[in-house]
Design a binder for this molecule. Structure first.
Ligand SMILES: Nc1ncnc2c1ncn2[C@@H]1O[C@H](COP(=O)(O)OP(=O)(O)O)[C@@H](O)[C@H]1O
Ligand SMILES: [Mg+2]
Length: 235
């Protein structure tokens, strides 16, 4: 890589992951290398089934690769204990899924406050931060609603607030607007980008939407187990 790439927050080194054994085995990730610098926002493109979710789960320390290393702030995570990985994930990583995965019995406020309290913040501090994030996402009037009482776009905004609540260094998002109608998707995506740019955090965002991908700093494409760089302007 060129100079100026020293401030790396996330690195994938020679990541290998497949599923199944013997003749039925599929190699999904074949020695993937990737580097994400501080403040950089990267689109992850690739056909359905190409391994985007698998890659994001591995980068997010939710799954382990068969071989290779995930390096966060210069620390190799593969050899860490489960509790060290969990601590690293809580401190440095925020994850947004295609489906919101909010806790159904809790309000928007509680969904955003809980992960902060698990990380050790007082309820008051956690709720302050939750109110601020939900406010920035235009949800001030929705903080006391449960997920079922929110629209799809609102649910996904709460999920974004939850992912950012602990002030991660890296946001990983798996088709975060893929389940929304195009208009809502565009609006939610704008919210997401504004928050990411405002806090200067790095992000890797899987999407099928070229219009969204074009607004990011870099575009990488996953195909046949390999990751290649493409120019956002060429989409
Ligand atoms: N837990 C699993 N068990 C078996 N196969 C899996 C598992 N997870 C993913 N796969 C397979 O790995 C490939 C990549 O899946 P995925 O990462 O979900 O792709 P994408 O997110 O790009 O659609 C697919 O062929 C999928 O069926
Ligand atoms: Mg997927």
């Amino acid at each position: 890589m060129a100079g100026g790439r020293k401030d790396l927050v996330l690195e994938l080194r020679q990541i290998v992951r497949g599923f199944g054994l013997g003749e039925t085995r599929i190699d999904v990730l074949k020695k993937i290398n990737f580097q994400l610098a501080r403040g950089e926002v990267v689109a992850l493109l690739g056909p359905s089934g190409s391994g985007k979710s698998t890659l994001l789960h591995i980068a997010g320390l939710l799954e382990k690769p068969e071989s290779g290393d995930v390096v966060i702030h210069g620390k190799a995570c593969t050899t860490m204990s489960d509790s060290q990985r969990t601590a690293m994930r809580r401190k440095e990583l925020g994850f947004v899924y295609q489906f919101h995965h909010l806790l159904p019995e809790f309000t928007a406020m509680e969904n955003v406050a809980l992960p902060q309290m698990i990380a050790g913040k007082s309820r008051r501090k956690a709720e302050e931060k939750a109110a601020q994030l939900l406010g920035e996402l235009g949800l001030s009037a929705r903080v006391a609603h449960q997920p079922m009482q929110l629209s799809g776009g609102e649910q996904q905004r709460v999920a974004i607030a939850r992912a950012l609540a602990n002030g991660p260094a890296v946001l990983l998002a798996d088709e975060p607007t893929g389940n929304l109608d195009p208009r809502t998707a565009g609006a939610v995506f704008e919210n997401l980008m504004a928050l990411v740019r405002g806090t200067g955090l790095a992000a890797l965002i899987a999407t099928h939407n070229f219009d969204l991908a074009r607004t990011m700093d870099r575009v990488v494409r996953l195909e046949d187990g390999h990751l290649s760089e493409s120019a956002p302007g060429a989409l």
